[in-house]
Design a protein around this ligand. Structure first.
Ligand SMILES: [Zn+2]
Length: 437
């Protein structure tokens, strides 16, 4: 498609300002960015006659921000079910050891494609394994934007390669089980030396919370604060076991929390105080976690689960559908400091967006305007299978539900072959887990 084009006739859900409402209209893209949006009759004359795509019957939304995946876990999808995190911990480490740097790009591409087909345009991959050579190749091949964690031993040039490629590098800092005063201060020094922020699991389960308590006589959040690792830019994932003092520390330091409600439900070890985090002004986004803990990477489902979980544990009005959608878009973008670039349909931002087919039994009827139901239908009724088109920086990478860049059949075939080749080793690891129990 031309570098300047208009999308017309969609129900546009801009999420640009608090209280902004969906409307039927047009959106113009110029050189990968949103140049204009509004009702068709208000469109400036200069855009008349430009390349046009008709999207009547579809909703157009800002691309979803998946703030926490472990891409490699898709190869272990459906395994290690019904276990606590501590029971899963060592088997998961051994499963990851089965993967070679040669396997990683293929696995990442499958995970990223799964995300894109579900409406996600930005992925933060908390990577378990490494890639030799072009670290960002899986992002580029699928066409999504995002960020990547790299281990402490990674060469500084590799952090630079990620940043120069236009992606966001993060230092892969450890969870509480590997914390000592020395490691935490060491990570703070590394962050300052590289100018790259920290990304870590934080206060996820009682097991991890108790480790911080035993070693530092402090909660995980307070321990991070004590050793200079809680600051604006740091992203903590999960944030389940936190009291009012912890929440105040997060708000004061502008530390972001990426919450993963499905993963919390699967692990059965607490629910994050999400409504309290939001009312305290903490930056909060959503993530799906790895496929061992979800079991997929469907951000529309995650928004719905967030809504329902907090209605169950707090109150029916604790998280509206619109606020859940904001967590999955603009609020997620804030966690990574990219809210001026993506996360809403606003003039000047990258054209990161996707459409949903509304002409389906489960998404009808649509009541427009005040007291309408469009956002509620999208969050509470739609799922990844309803995504039709997806653009990243104005490039349409999903069209009619399929990748415009990748031979999906071949990718899935190659992935299935890799899984087949690994299955004996995988079963060996899992059966050893059973013996250990
Ligand atoms: Zn995780």
């Amino acid at each position: 498609m031309a570098s300047t084009f208009q999308l017309s006739g969609a129900v546009i859900v801009p999420l640009d300002t608090e209280g902004s409402k969906p409307f039927v209209g047009n959106l113009v893209v110029e050189k990968g960015r949103i140049a204009w949006l509004g009702p068709a009759e208000d469109m400036p004359g200069r855009y008349l006659g430009i390349s046009q795509e008709e999207l009547s019957g579809q909703a157009l939304l800002p691309g979803l921000i998946n703030g926490h995946i472990h891409s490699e876990a898709v190869i272990f999808r459906g395994l290690l079910e019904g276990l606590t995190l501590i029971e899963q911990y060592h088997p998961t480490c051994r499963l990851n050891e089965l993967l070679t740097p040669k396997d990683t790009p293929l696995i990442r591409k499958l995970a990223y494609l799964e995300c894109a087909k579900g409406g996600t345009t930005f992925i933060l991959d908390h990577a378990f394994t490494t890639i030799k050579g072009d670290i960002c190749e899986p992002f580029r091949t699928v066409g999504v934007w995002g960020g990547l964690t790299l281990g402490e031993k990674t060469a500084p040039e590799d952090f630079q390669m990620v940043a120069e490629g236009g992606f966001l590098p993060y230092i892969n800092a450890p969870g509480e089980e590997d914390w000592t005063e020395e490691t935490l201060t060491g990570y703070a020094r590394l962050r300052d030396k590289l100018g790259v922020p920290l990304y870590l699991h934080l206060a996820e389960t009682t097991w991890r919370w108790q480790i911080a308590k035993d070693r530092f006589n402090a909660s995980p959040v307070a321990a991070l604060d004590k050793f200079g690792t809680l600051e604006s830019g740091t992203v903590g994932v999960h944030g389940v076991w936190m009291d009012e003092d912890d929440i105040a520390l997060l708000a004061k330091n502008a530390t972001a929390i990426v919450n993963t409600p499905t993963s919390e439900m699967k692990l059965g070890d607490g629910v994050a105080p999400l409504p309290r985090l939001l009312s305290a002004g903490v930056k909060v986004g959503l993530g799906t976690d790895g496929a061992l803990w979800n079991n997929g990477n469907d951000m529309l489902a995650e928004a719905k689960v967030a809504c329902l979980l907090h209605r169950l544990t707090t109150a029916p009005n604790s998280l509206s559908a619109e606020n859940a959608l904001r967590l999955a878009t603009i609020d997620g973008a804030r966690c990574f400091g990219v809210e001026k670039e993506t996360g809403s349909l606003s003039v000047g931002k990258r054209a990161d967006m996707f459409t949903i087919n509304l002409i389906q039994p489960h998404l009808q009827p649509i009541y427009p305007g005040e007291r309408g139901n469009i956002v509620e239908n999208i969050v509470l009724c739609a799922s990844r299978g309803d995504v039709v088109n997806l653009w990243v920086a104005g490039e349409k990478i999903i069209s009619g539900g399929f990748s415009t860049r990748i031979d999906e059949e071949k990718l899935i075939g190659d992935f299935a072959l890799l899984a087949e080749n690994l299955q004996d080793k995988i079963k060996n690891v899992i059966s050893r887990k059973v013996i250990l129990e």
